[in-house]
Write a protein that binds this ligand. Structure first.
Ligand SMILES: Cc1ncc(C[n+]2csc(CCOP(=O)(O)OP(=O)(O)O)c2C)c(N)n1
Ligand SMILES: [Mg+2]
Length: 415
């Protein structure tokens, strides 16, 4: 008892008199990673950098290593991807405002380091499933910008042939795009079950928001994943609000990485792309090595509202959004690394205004803009689905019934 009392006196107490489980808090700056060795000439030679010591927190496990190996090529690739994803979402925003995109539309501006960091640390054979904020994942998992924008516009060139819309976009290793809050979490556990059953050395990443985290089905999925030791990483994108409700108002425990009971968890800085990629690498290694499920919470931020119909400023201040944009932006953070570490020099930047060597930041910005502008034009030029397309893509190809009833008794479509 005496030794317990001594231990207690060293632990910080919360207001309620209970012991605070974590002493330090996570920081979410996008540019606090330090270069620890001179940078190699060659783009593919790895060099070491050190993440800020408060980039991760852990529950029932160790934090990922703060020492990370990166290459010039990998940093530039991630920069290009984040800029392209942001421009795609900004185009969707403009198309929506000009009433060419209708219905629901959820943009991931501000959260680019999660999708790009995830994709940079997993393989094409791993599986991903997410909620409605799905456009970057769809492109990075094998889709195209034209296919995403075409889908939003309801055109034939869309990834679901213009019949699904923003929340219904899939690729062979990306299970959407799911509009029902939390529904993708048990489906993700099921996909991981299949991976284990088929003895595939791969993992499933099932993403959900802080607003989904209190659902019963999420905890049911956690339970079964742990019971069966499934290779599933449950990724909580904690952007601090579920629609217009702050995490503090909805969750009795906002430490989402601790909510898996017996499932260990990691909390990661979701604004620093290097920390995001490192957290995913750790999580993938964990799941693939047979340790079972893991919770991975990214602390991130969306600059826009929940969807296009939400201005995003009634439940948080403009100053808060502005502060996040100007101090913790994932793209500007990576830009600083690239410039300060000499991945692209000033001379490079100047030279890039007319020429196009792909390793230069300005050239990458320009290339991203051109790619998105072209995709917007291609998508806009594509026709809307034909009336008879209402009868296609309902059944898996080759398994259609000979005929199908329509809205009325007499309306029958014969295949
Ligand atoms: C089962 C169900 N309940 C309610 C909704 C309406 N709804 C859509 S998103 C959302 C909140 C989700 O919060 P979060 O996952 O944090 O999303 P964010 O706004 O941050 O993208 C709600 C309640 C829904 N789509 N499905
Ligand atoms: Mg949220």
């Amino acid at each position: 008892m005496a030794s317990l009392a001594r231990l207690r006196s060293r632990l910080p107490l919360t207001k309620s008199g209970r012991f605070a489980p974590f002493v330090r808090s996570l920081q979410t700056s996008a540019d606090s990673t330090q270069l620890t060795q001179s940078i190699p000439e060659d783009g593919s030679t790895p060099f070491s950098v050190k993440l800020h010591e408060d980039s991760f927190r852990a529950y029932h496990t160790e934090t990922p290593s703060l020492e990370v190996e990166v290459t010039k090529d990998s940093l530039l690739k991630m920069y290009k991807e984040m800029v392209t994803m942001r421009r795609m979402e900004q185009s969707a925003d403009a198309l929506y405002k000009s009433k060419l995109i209708r219905g629901f539309c959820h943009l991931a501006i501000g959260q680019e380091a999660v999708a790009v960091g995830l994709e940079s640390s997993i393989t094409k054979d791993d599986m991903v499933i997410t909620a409605y904020r799905c456009h970057p994942f769809a492109v990075l998992r094998g889709g195209t910008v034209t296919g995403v924008l075409g889908e939003l516009l309801g055109r034939q060139v869309g990834m679901s042939n213009g019949k699904g819309g923003s929340m219904h976009i899939f690729t062979p290793n990306f299970f959407g795009g799911n509009g029902i809050v939390g529904a993708q979490v048990p489906i993700g556990a099921g996909i991981a079950f299949a991976q284990k059953y088929l003895e595939r050395p791969t993992a499933t990443f099932a993403l959900y928001g802080d607003g989904a985290s209190n659902q019963g089905q999420v905890f049911e999925a956690f339970n079964m994943a742990k019971l069966w030791n499934l290779p599933c990483v449950f990724v909580c994108e904690n952007n601090k609000y579920g629609m217009g409700t702050s995490a503090e108002r909805s969750s009795s425990n906002t430490e989402y990485f601790t909510r898996g009971d017996k499932i260990p968890g990691i909390q990661a800085n979701g604004m620093d792309i290097i920390a995001s990629a490192q957290a995913v690498k750790y999580a993938r290694d964990w799941a693939v090595s047979g340790k079972g499920p893991l919770l991975l919470e990214f602390v991130t931020y969306r600059y826009g509202g929940h969807s296009m119909s939400d201005p995003g400023t009634t439940y948080r201040t403009r100053e808060e959004v502005q502060r996040m944009r100007s101090t913790q932006d994932p793209i500007r953070g990576l830009q600083r690394y690239i410039e300060e570490w000499g991945v692209a020099t000033d001379a490079d930047l100047k030279a890039s205004s007319d020429a196009f060597p792909p390793y230069l930041l300005l050239a990458l910005d320009k290339a991203a803009k051109e790619e998105i502008d072209k995709a917007v034009e291609e998508a806009k030029a594509s026709p809307v689905p034909k009336t008879e397309d209402l009868w296609t893509d309902i059944y898996y190809k080759g398994t259609e019934p000979s005929a199908m009833r329509g809205r009325e008794r007499g309306e029958v479509h014969v295949y």
